[in-house]
Design a protein around this ligand. Structure first.
Ligand SMILES: Nc1ncnc2c1ncn2[C@@H]1O[C@H](COP(=O)(O)OP(=O)(O)OP(=O)(O)O)[C@@H](O)[C@H]1O
Length: 240
């Protein structure tokens, strides 16, 4: 059973910095988590008391102003950070698209990168080879697939990253606001692919400021503010 259960999740970043003689800046900020200090240590509470449950077929959108905690929550779900508080249970094979260039070797060709990415995701060489043409076709990169990744434009890199991540059919796909890098034709293809994925009983979590994109992709939305969930509802309820 594919699911994500988050119970009272909290995450605090500890920040090391050199001693500063400047007085603390006290003006409240509309962005970011809560800053606190003990002695020389500075902390940012990026997530606090986050609760939600997702099951097969759920497509969750994360909204909130800059620094509200969206990316941090994705990173916690991916296992990059252990929550500082609460309980998290993630059942299913997870893939993430946070940064288009992350996990791709600049010197290797697109084709080689597909292979490497597949291995990282736990696919056998045979399985990757059997999906290779489909991945390349979906990306529409043509002859560029045999050129080094470093020669790709941002949009081309996004096409490759998205094609690999979705053709390998993760059970849970976590995405940060990057899809805008593709051109409108590819964005439409990408949206259709995401609907397909969710219909195949997967879970998608997408953090974005693009309400139009969220409305087409997501059925649930969580709004974060200073790391706390301030509203939960359907895409229609929260995005209009
Ligand atoms: N590596 C880090 N070290 C310390 N603090 C961090 C780190 N990453 C994020 N933060 C802090 O955590 C809070 C949440 O940041 P996060 O990146 O999760 O926000 P976001 O909602 O994704 O923002 P945006 O919409 O701007 O991408 C912010 O206050 C930020 O300053």
């Amino acid at each position: 059973m594919i699911s994500i259960k988050a119970k009272n999740i909290g995450l605090t970043y500890n920040i090391r910095q050199k001693i500063s003689l400047a007085p603390n800046y006290r003006k409240p900020s509309p962005t970011g988590g809560k800053i606190s200090a003990t002695g020389r240590k500075r902390m940012v509470k990026a997530l606090e008391g986050v609760n939600f449950e997702l099951n097969s077929g759920d497509r969750l959108g994360l909204i909130g102003s800059n620094g509200a905690g969206k990316t941090t929550l994705l990173k916690v779900l991916y296992g990059i950070y252990e929550p500082s508080e609460g309980e998290l249970s993630v059942s299913g094979k997870v893939d993430a698209l946070f940064n288009i260039n992350l996990g791709f070797r600049q010197e290797a060709t697109g084709r080689r990168n597909i292979f490497l990415r597949g291995l990282i995701n736990g696919w056998s060489p045979k399985e990757i080879e059997s999906r290779m043409d489909e991945i390349i076709d979906f990306s529409e990169l043509g002859g560029f697939i045999d050129l080094p990744f470093k020669s790709y434009s941002q949009g081309m890199a996004a096409r490759l990253a998205f094609s690999v991540a979705t053709c390998l059919e993760p059970e849970i796909l976590l995405m940060d606001e990057w899809i805008g890098a593709g051109d409108p034709a590819f964005q439409q293809k990408a949206k259709d692919r995401m609907s397909d994925l969710a219909e195949k009983a997967g879970i998608i979590v997408l953090a974005s400021h693009n309400h139009k994109l969220l409305k087409t992709v997501c059925n649930k939305v969580i709004c974060l503010e200073e790391g706390k969930v301030v509203a939960t509802g359907t895409a229609e309820e929260l995005l209009d």
